[in-house]
Design a protein around this ligand. Structure first.
Ligand code: C5P
Length: 243
């Protein structure tokens, strides 16, 4: 699995200044993606959706019909597939899968792929490679804890599971998929358990992260909170640099 040099150039800025890494971790449907994307746009940073990378690997696994219980098959998947970012579109072996990876079927099995330590190692490698080329807002489960432990700014977004299920039902409805609140809530609770309990790359709140509950906040309010912390950090860094 690799990210081509060309797609990397498209992904970030020119890397002329010291890259700043901002990590946003948290459980499913806590509002991370929208907030991270908007924050990146406001700062002029690149946005990286690491969940999409695991989802693309899961889609490849579905297509190959691999046995989820066979770690060797999951591991070898990491060497076979090619992921490329073109802006915010994700290509799997040259095919744009940005929309296909959002289906409930892919969501359900992504956890098996994400459980593979070897595959996670490859994903982390790619993510660090991208982070070395540009200022980055990266979003996932393990970004602040494992992939970028020295990130300048770390956030952990949380929200009540009932609220998260409500948001996810609306997301699915917007894609024309009818799901009941109850089935989505159950899926979210299952995913929380799986994400928090895997031996490598488990969802965790880094001790130095700023924790934000998005309950009752609009997206704009969440982004404003994030941006305020980042601007303060940037001011501190440039002050330290000039001392
Ligand atoms: O963020 P999203 O919900 O799209 O992620 C899909 C799944 O990918 C998560 O439930 C988790 O199992 C896995 N994931 C992960 N580590 C990340 C991002 C996502 O294990 N950094």
């Amino acid at each position: 699995m690799r990210v081509t040099a060309e797609s990397q150039r498209e992904l970030g800025n020119d890397g002329a200044i010291d890259a700043m890494i901002i990590t946003i971790d948290g459980p499913a449907a806590a509002g991370k993606s929208t907030a991270a994307r908007l924050l990146a746009a406001r700062l002029g940073f690149r946005y990286l959706d690491t969940g999409a990378m695991y989802r693309a690997a899961a889609l490849a696994a579905i297509r190959e019909g691999i046995d989820w219980k066979d770690p060797a098959q999951l591991e070898s998947l990491a060497d076979r597939i090619r992921l490329e970012w073109q802006g915010e579109r994700l290509l799997l072996d040259g095919e744009d899968v940005t929309d296909a990876i959002r289906s409930p079927d892919v969501t359900e099995v992504t956890r098996f792929v994400a459980d593979s330590p070897k595959l996670r190692e490859k994903m982390a490698e790619l993510q660090r490679e991208i982070g070395s080329t540009c200022n980055l807002v990266t979003e996932g489960r393990d970004q602040g804890s494992l992939v970028f432990p020295h990130a300048e700014c770390k956030f952990f977004l949380s929200a009540d599971p009932h609220e998260r299920a409500k948001r996810r039902v609306a997301d699915y409805a917007a894609q024309g998929k009818a799901m009941t609140w109850n089935e989505v809530l159950q899926a979210i609770l299952d995913r929380d358990r799986a994400d928090a309990s895997r031996p490598v790359g488990a969802l965790q709140c880094p001790p130095d992260a700023v924790v934000i509950s998005t309950d009752g906040l609009t997206v704009d309010e969440v982004v404003a909170k994030l941006e305020a912390v980042v601007r303060e950090r940037q001011a501190g860094l440039s002050q330290a640099g000039s001392d």
